[in-house]
Design a protein around this ligand. Structure first.
Ligand code: AMP
Length: 194
């Protein structure tokens, strides 16, 4: 199943200096949300590709109520539906520690953490040997703004999906392996085949 990360697509476009990248740059730098129309069009394009015919894993989308409603409309056209929304919960202090210690691989976005998942060699990706960098929006001031934006614009979606009976909470304070295991179990229990 394809893994579609809206943030990763924005970062790729930023790196490649595309029109979309140029339009999104200022929002990513400030830790604010890219406007809904741009984000929705980008996800629609991606979901219409043939590799999504059997489904997709959306990561970082939807983040606002209009995005969630647009997704519903898109999925009616594509004869799909939101089957499962895993809500990985961690308290704010843990979240800040996770983001501020995160190192991301320049080539493919593999993720490391200086304390919880350190690379074998500092600054180098274990998977593909490329450089690791700290995302600009993982700086303390921007993290604080991203959390504020999340609480205002994204948190209401918990209730939106809870009412549909598709939201399942996963304890994100566990180890990486345990979180993966819990996620796989939740997916298996929902009857989705990967
Ligand atoms: P992420 O990698 O998911 O943390 O996203 C990084 C940044 O990309 C966010 O802080 C936003 O600026 C932008 N972004 C990612 N996904 C969305 C979305 N669904 N709606 C609006 N902006 C987004």
């Amino acid at each position: 199943m394809p893994h579609i990360s809206s943030g990763a697509i924005f970062r790729e476009n930023l790196q490649d200096q595309t029109d979309l990248g140029k339009k999104a740059a200022q929002y990513l730098e400030r830790g604010e949300l890219v406007p809904d129309d741009l984000t929705i069009a980008m996800i629609r394009d991606r979901l219409e590709r043939s590799d999504c015919r059997r489904g997709a894993l959306l990561d970082g989308f939807p983040r606002t109520r209009p995005q969630a409603e647009a997704l519903d409309t898109m999925l009616v056209e594509l004869q799909g539906a939101v089957k499962l929304v895993p809500y990985i919960f961690v308290p704010e202090d843990v979240l800040i520690e996770r983001l501020s210690g995160r190192w991301t691989c320049r080539a493919q976005g593999h993720v490391f953490h200086e304390k919880y998942h350190p690379p074998k060699q500092a600054g180098i990706c274990d998977e593909d040997g490329s450089e690791l960098y700290q995302r600009d929006d993982d700086k303390a001031e921007t993290i604080a703004r991203r959390i504020r934006v999340y609480l205002e614009q994204t948190q209401p979606l918990i209730q939106y999906y809870q009412q549909r009976g598709v939201l399942v909470q996963v304890d994100g304070t566990q180890s990486i392996e345990q979180v993966s295991e819990s996620l796989l179990k939740v997916i298996e229990d929902s009857g989705i085949t990967l």
